[in-house]
Design a protein around this ligand. Structure first.
Ligand code: GAL
Length: 735
């Protein structure tokens, strides 16, 4: 029987290349996922993560009895950027590339009692490994930055399951390809499909017909389709038996859905045309680089779906964490997943790594219903018909159910893919020459914007996103647009604003919103969430010429009332004249000079009321005083697991009396933590932008943790978290 357990605990780390027999005192104890270096939130020096480090784990192993021929594997979800794996002093495996998982068969190296696995992890930006070879506008960081598992399987086992759900409208069918590692006579398969509640939907038994056996259902009981609003998931369990005896079981989640970009230019999910509305995501976090544990990975999907109201995300520019993709499945967020790289294609060996990663990505991810498109071209690379014929062929062979895209930044390039995926930085929309056509980037470096920028720039940044989405939604030849990008990210010296950050996000690197985020939020149906956000700092003299005219408001209400001090200025409607294709255009409210013009009038608080069908449903107040009144501290969750890796974000803000952040507040905030957890981040934190975040990371002890924040002139504030016992490991042999 297959057994698989997390293998993240009790590793040792040394920030140098040590010999395999180096003494324990040269290492520090760590838990995975791990970054080989912690950083400040900006000014990240990429030289600092570029070294070879040593990761080592000693573990107890009880050799199975003579007649148990099980194989033992280590499964690595991602190690940046290359590594060599040794077990008990012997070299076993080399892996090149930081974004794809790999497995190492360690069976023959194991011994009774203590064993030792060692990795030399090379996190240098090696020119022979994607994405490197030329410039790259993002950082790769270093370390064993994703999960590791130990897996015990029968020598004859299931390698991979591929689920296909053809014809979901009107009669869903199901096809499952079961790939075995070896063939033998007398093997049978048993498949069981269960719904989210664990109830059996259908079963099937069939003899093994070859290394790949296809199980097929022409008729099924009624199934619920997977969609963005109702992302219903099912689980497939496939068991392999030899003469009735169970050898292996493998499970995978999937959804019944059909996703297709059609020649009419539109994207269809289950036969329904859905305009794609989304953002690109880098897996970069402040302080920890790319080494974010499951909770933070999943939260990014939630932020994109629920805080930014996106229906699609592009995993720019590499395969991303399985936890992120799992969450996209669960919440109905569509995904365009692409291969690693940035503008450069290397030599034959480089291309071989790229192809290998493409194959691994598709085999790992093709059962995710959320994934609708494979990106098979290195982002913005030039035409390379030989190479891209290979990537397209490989993708189509491994997954005939999904179309390919290949992101380029010029119209007229070789079109070897199924969807013309195009980065359009014209600040408008270039007329598509091919169909289907999907805009995969816009804005970005054309309009870098910091949270604490001048308010006119923040408004223009938000309106640039509004303008492009308005244009794309109004052009039937375009399937959708994915803006650059969700979150600010750390980058190389050739890019960014001088502090090694690309301020291209609609949220900052902490995932805190700029006003562009309010634009995205406001496009959702108010039945889901009502949004009312004035894009103003409400100051008398910050804009060119002073005053606050016009006032931009992002809202999905159908009317917004403006009250300044005691004066009711009136009710206003969305700006359909300029944004006719947006579901919820911004409000552009002019005529405020009489109430808030430079040197003309006394200055009062701003009060907005949002109306739906004539009824007041939301309000916002912004204080005219702009004085720091409160220090706010909030944790995204108040429960963590004591697994040594679990983390939550801790947001802190200096606000006015109505809880609006003050972007020019520059107070120094100091934190104290009591309990068994660690603060990750800068402490004290000299604020710029009025808000930022740290992380709290659990240790291995359950209990209560309290974090207190203080800033001069403001009342201290505190939050408490409960650290719960970590869920038990499944298998006693993996301490
Ligand atoms: C694009 C590129 C992205 C990012 C963006 C900045 O050309 O694909 O990775 O660099 O520019 O606007």
């Amino acid at each position: 029987m297959r057994k698989r357990a997390l293998f993240n605990d009790n590793w040792q780390f040394a920030a140098q290349k040590l010999s395999l027999d180096a003494p324990d005192n040269l290492f520090e104890p760590i838990t995975l996922p791990h970054t080989n270096k912690l950083f400040p939130h900006n000014n990240v020096d990429n030289e600092a993560y570029q070294f070879v480090s040593t990761y080592r784990k000693k573990f107890f192993w009880q050799q199975p009895l003579e007649n148990d021929p099980s194989l033992v594997f280590l499964d690595f979800d991602g190690v940046m950027l290359a590594c060599e794996v040794y077990v008990n002093g012997r070299f076993l495996h080399q892996h090149l590339g930081g974004y794809a998982p790999f497995s190492v068969d360690i069976t023959d190296r194991l011994q009774d009692g203590e064993n030792c696995v060692t990795l030399h992890v090379d996190s240098r930006e090696r020119q022979d490994i994607p994405p490197y070879g030329h410039l790259v506008d993002y950082l790769t960081f270093g370390g064993i930055y994703r999960d590791v598992y130990l897996r015990v399987v029968n020598p004859i086992h299931i390698n991979n399951l591929f689920v296909q759900t053809p014809d979901v409208v009107p009669n869903p069918r199901l096809m499952v390809d079961v790939h075995l590692n070896h063939l033998k006579s007398g093997l049978t398969l048993e498949a069981v499909v269960t719904d989210g509640g664990g109830h059996e939907l259908t079963t099937r038994q069939q003899p093994v017909a070859g290394q790949t056996t296809r199980l097929e259902w022409q008729e099924l009981p009624t199934v619920a389709l997977w969609s963005i609003d109702t992302p219903t998931l099912y689980t497939l369990h496939v068991s392999l038996r030899e003469n009735g005896q169970l050898l292996d079981t493998l499970t995978t989640r999937f959804g019944f859905r059909q996703a297709e970009f059609r020649p009419d230019g539109r994207f269809y999910l289950n036969e329904e045309a859905i305009p794609l509305f989304g953002l690109n995501r880098h897996q970069t976090y402040p302080y920890i680089g790319a080494a974010a544990p499951a909770r933070l990975q999943r939260q990014d999907a939630d932020i994109l779906k629920y805080e930014l109201a996106c229906n699609v995300v592009r995993t720019s520019h590499y395969p991303q964490s399985p936890h992120f993709l799992d969450r996209c499945d669960e919440i109905g967020l569509l995904v365009f997943e692409e291969i690693t790289g940035w503008q450069h294609v290397g030599d034959a060996q480089w291309q071989a790594i790229c192809l290998d990663e493409l194959e691994t990505m598709i085999k790992r991810d093709r059962n995710h219903p959320s994934i609708i498109l494979w990106g098979v071209r290195v982002n913005e690379s030039g035409d390379n018909d030989d190479f891209y014929t290979c990537t397209n062929d490989l993708a189509r062979q491994l997954d005939p159910t999904r179309q390919t895209g290949g992101v380029r930044d010029f119209i007229g390039s070789s079109f070897l893919e199924d969807v013309y995926t195009h980065n359009d930085f014209s600040n408008g929309i270039r007329p598509p020459t091919e169909r289907p056509h999907l805009i995969t980037e816009f804005a970005g470096h054309m309009f870098p914007t910091k949270s604490w920028d001048h308010e006119e720039r923040l408004i223009d940044h938000a309106l640039l996103h509004a303008r492009i989405h308005n244009l794309q939604l109004g052009d039937a030849r375009i399937a959708g647009a994915i803006g650059w990008c969700a979150f600010d990210y750390a980058t190389h010296i050739e890019f960014g604003s001088g502090d090694r950050i690309c301020y291209h996000g609609v949220m900052d690197i902490f995932r805190l919103p700029k006003w562009a985020a309010a634009f995205y939020q406001s496009q959702q149906d108010p039945a889901r969430k009502i949004i009312l956000q004035a894009a103003t700092h409400w100051t008398m003299g910050d804009r060119t010429g002073g005053g606050n005219n016009p006032l931009t408001v992002f809202s999905n209400c159908d009317e917004v009332e403006i009250i300044i001090g005691a004066i009711n200025v009136g009710r206003f409607q969305p700006d359909f004249a300029h944004y006719p294709h947006l579901p919820h255009p911004p409000f552009t409210i002019g005529g405020l000079d009489a109430y808030s013009a430079w040197g003309q009038s006394k200055f009062y608080d701003l009060h907005l009321v949002g109306y739906l069908n004539g009824k007041p449903v939301a309000e916002q107040w912004i204080a005219s005083s702009r004085l720091p009144k409160k220090l706010e501290l909030t944790a995204d969750t108040n429960q963590l697991f004591a697994d040594g890796a679990d983390m939550t974000r801790l947001i802190f803000r200096v606000t006015d009396e109505f809880c609006n952040p003050l972007p020019y507040a520059t107070k120094v905030v100091t934190f104290e933590l009591e309990g068994e957890a660690d603060l990750i981040g800068e402490n004290p934190f000299p604020l710029i932008g009025g808000q930022a975040a740290l992380y709290v990371k659990a240790r291995h002890q359950p209990g209560t943790v309290t974090i207190r924040a203080c800033a001069p002139g403001l009342a201290d504030t505190a939050v408490s978290l409960t650290i719960l016992p970590a869920p038990k490991l499944e298998y006693r042999q993996f301490p």
